[in-house]
Ligand binder design. Sequence first.
Ligand code: ADP
Length: 146
Amino acid sequence: MKTAVFPGSFNPFTIGHKDIADRALRIFDRLVIGVGYNVMKQDNASADKRVAAIAALYAGNDKVKVESYSGLTVEFARRHGARYIVRGLREVKDFEYERNLADTNSVISDIETVFLVARPELGFISSSMVRELIANGYDADRFLPK
Ligand code: ADP
């Protein structure tokens, strides 16, 4: 049984995130989506609301679990018996940041980070862009899962 965690701020969870989660589900038996509190980012919606919104998308799918967490992702993964962390890569900027995290996690644990490259048509979507649209009165529904 291969379990992976997909950690993120998911503020909000976009169709780009959903695509990564759905593709990870074709690789792993179980996926734990971890809504982390990232002190570097704005925390507009509470983590609990984000958890509920993501859980609703996967209602009835017992391969998916959604939880919030704080602290190290590798500890969150261990608590769930997961040996893999899934992250999405959009561009070089993501890679530089992600490599740092993956390197650190590989030094402090034996948990493997698996990268899925964003689909070309979804790679420009970011939570901050969606928040910016909403804050300025634009409808951002096309970037959010139904
Ligand atoms: P974090 O604050 O941990 O970076 P995010 O919610 O911004 O969390 O992103 C979570 C993961 O999803 C990251 O690996 C990020 O690169 C990836 N991601 C974000 N948007 C997209 C997208 N449109 N397509 C593919 N991956 C994405």
